[in-house]
Design a protein. Structure first.
Length: 263
């Protein structure tokens, strides 16, 4: 995977993060205008294309919360007010995206929201969404924290993978983000070097999770939930490794390196 493709993924993760951290007016300034206040056509096109990709690859993302859905609607709609270049084509694209958002808004939103929150919570933490124990708002808030870390962790690893570090504060975020990458960005694993890096990091997280439990930093319940997520990550990685030339010897070397990094 070339640097251009990695850059697009980084931008995609940034947009997902901005939608849960920035209000509409700030997003509009960031996306539609440059630092001099002029229309930024390239940024606008990039944003609309990324949203189109988001709504196809992770179509339930707007069910995260009404604020995310409103942010998407407001920011996309704003483009119709200012666009001047290739106006008809761009407005048609905007209208297409708005129709998708309108469908989400009117299609049993609360029920599908709970289903999305439950699937995301389990994918990232191994925890089941019990409506009697957690409110959907509490789960939404927790998931937004994990989503914000998706961008940070990706940038930390692929921006400077030689300084990949796991500590007791970021293990749960690391596990969450790697589960997301494997589930929603499987094209990353098609690159053999990135796949090897993922294998290594997965083993690091295995050993780190075990160390946290053995040192009583986390409970057995949390340890077992993390193991569930890591098992599913391993399953996805194994499927991809079957298509490569990686040998058992290569894997064992990565295991030894991962264990040494924790001990």
């Amino acid at each position: 995977m070339d640097s251009s493709s990695m850059g697009k993924i980084a931008c995609f993760l940034s947009v997902r993060s901005y939608l849960v951290t920035l209000p509409s007016n700030e997003l509009i300034k960031l996306i539609y205008f440059d630092e001099n206040g002029n229309q930024d056509i390239e940024s606008m096109h990039s944003f609309l294309n990324l949203i189109s990709f988001l709504l196809s690859s992770e179509k339930y993302y707007p069910y995260l919360g009404k604020d995310v859905l409103d942010n998407l609607y407001n920011v996309i709609s704003y483009g119709r007010n200012i666009i001047t270049e290739d106006r008809e084509k761009v407005c048609n694209f905007i209208n297409y995206l708005i129709l998708k958002l309108n469908s989400i808004r009117s299609n049993n939103y609360d029920k599908l929201r709970n289903e999305y929150l439950a699937s995301q919570l389990f994918m990232r933490t191994g925890e089941s969404f019990d409506e009697y124990e957690f409110s959907s708002d509490v789960v939404e808030s927790s998931l937004k924290e994990y989503i914000k870390h998706d961008e940070v962790i990706f940038d930390g690893i692929f921006g400077n993978s030689d300084e990949f570090v796991v500590n007791d504060l970021n293990i749960r975020f690391m596990i969450s983000s790697f589960s997301y990458y494997c589930t929603y960005l499987p094209s990353l694993l098609e690159n053999e070097e990135i796949l090897k890096l993922f294998v290594y990091i997965k083993y690091v997280l295995d050993y780190a999770n075990h160390r946290q439990f053995s040192e009583k930093y986390i409970s057995k319940s949390v340890y077992e939930k993390h193991k569930r997520v890591l098992k599913e990550i391993q399953h996805i990685i194994d499927e991809q490794m079957d298509k490569t030339s990686l040998s058992t010897k290569d894997i064992n070397k990565l295991k030894i390196k991962a264990k040494a990094s924790i001990n």
